[in-house]
Design a protein around this ligand. Structure first.
Ligand code: GLA
Length: 390
């Protein structure tokens, strides 16, 4: 374990003990993620390729057997929340506690005897930045309960339950990518995930060894899924699949793209959504092929194509994200695109190591000139998925 996760584990355990008057049974961590390519494909049964960030949600947890769930977060200025596990009900909670409580609800609803817990959480995943801070919270709690109650669930099964917690309990219609990334990613790898059956391939992704870097630029424009645009895109994709007579857009082969678009007639809005999803799945496959052939630099233009498709066809970008991408590409980046759901949040920039300072400065200056809030930029290194720290 790295020194910093050791220190995080200790401080979260100490805070737990001060809050609850006894040491926790253990400490767990689950990361946020960035998605390299494959956006808005997960709820179309398609392909995605996220990797885990070094930023994590850390949870100190003790098992309880009296039906009481106590929740506290170092990141929110709230006293300990006390809930009864058998009274947890979807839609009843609009606060951060809905994420961990939703996980307990989803586990119990699936028949797992989770009889209560004391939980203290602390996260370094930036919230509202499109980096899956909510998935990290869900997964870390799910993993802790899996261990403490001996449930024996695998990472992908925990991911499914966490997605259910978010869909039903929290009420956000998200796909399965973020939770699976947090649960299943491995250090030094990107995760090539088929969201239909959750089959996975770990793709070695060590940019530093090849003289490159991947920057995450957080525009600090807060995105929100529950505000409806995400749900509208999702509904539009479902309509497209129904019009084309397939279960999910994933079932339309790329070779049949033009024929499928022609069949959508004057459904212009749906046609754009469908075109994005089908071409995006193909882009994921192209990126995987380049990476497996050792041709990493070739993925740059594919990332840029993906951004154009999200901007023009899927229409989930925003001026700040477009400015990061255009400026970075203009300053010599190999590729750049928005990452995550969109409408704010973060972009990723693939660059030669030597070009990083110039690109970072160009983006900062462009934001200042446009009158936007200063962005926050950091380098993303593919890190470990969810794990027990102590
Ligand atoms: C959000 C959702 C994911 C996925 C992305 C878009 O991050 O949580 O399920 O749909 O948007 O790719």
């Amino acid at each position: 374990m790295s020194e910093s996760s050791e220190a995080a584990a200790r401080s979260v355990a100490e805070r737990f003990e001060r809050l609850y008057g006894a040491a926790p049974d253990g400490v767990w961590a689950a990361p946020g993620r960035v998605n390299l390519i494959g956006e808005h494909t997960d709820y179309n049964d398609g392909f995605v390729m996220p990797f885990a960030l070094p930023h994590t949600a850390v949870a100190a947890v003790a098992r309880r057997d009296d039906g009481v769930l106590r929740l506290h977060s170092a990141d929110v200025d709230d006293p300990v929340a006390e809930l009864a596990v058998d009274a947890l009900a979807p839609g009843s909670d609009r606060r951060w506690t809905a994420y961990p409580a939703g996980v307990v609800w989803a586990l119990r609803e699936a028949g797992h005897a989770v009889t209560g817990a004391d939980v203290h959480l602390a996260s370094t995943v930036p919230a509202g930045a499109g980096l899956s801070s909510s998935a990290a919270l869900e997964v870390v709690v799910a993993l802790a309960l899996n261990d403490l109650f001996g449930l024996g669930l695998r990472g992908w099964q925990l991911a499914r339950l966490c997605q259910r917690a978010e869909n039903v309990y929290v009420g956000a219609p998200v796909g399965i990518m973020d939770q699976t990334a947090s649960a299943c990613c491995e250090e030094g790898h990107a995760l090539f995930l088929d969201t239909r059956d959750l089959s996975q391939r770990q793709i070695p992704f060590d940019l530093a060894a090849e003289g490159m870097r991947l920057l995450v630029v957080d525009t600090r424009v807060e995105h929100s899924h529950s505000e409806g645009e995400y749900g509208k895109r999702r509904a539009g994709c479902e309509k497209g699949a129904a019009l084309l007579g397939v279960d999910a857009l994933r079932d339309v082969p790329y070779a049949e793209l033009e024929a499928a678009l022609a069949r959508l007639g004057d459904e212009e809005e749906v046609r754009r959504l469908v075109r994005h999803v089908i071409t995006e799945d193909e882009r994921v496959e192209r990126v995987v092929a380049f990476l497996e052939a050792g041709d990493t630099r070739a993925i740059g233009p594919v990332l840029a194509e993906g951004h154009a498709s999200l901007r023009d066809d899927f229409r989930v970008s925003c001026p700040e994200l477009d400015l990061v991408v255009d400026t970075a590409l203009g300053a010599g980046a190999l590729g750049a695109r928005m990452t995550g759901g969109g409408f704010g949040g973060s972009a990723v920039v693939l660059a030669e190591e030597a070009d990083v300072p110039v690109i970072t400065k160009a983006v900062e200056e462009a934001f200042a000139a446009a009158g936007f809030r200063a962005p926050r930029t950091f380098e993303a290194v593919p890190s470990a998925g969810a794990r027990r720290l102590r």
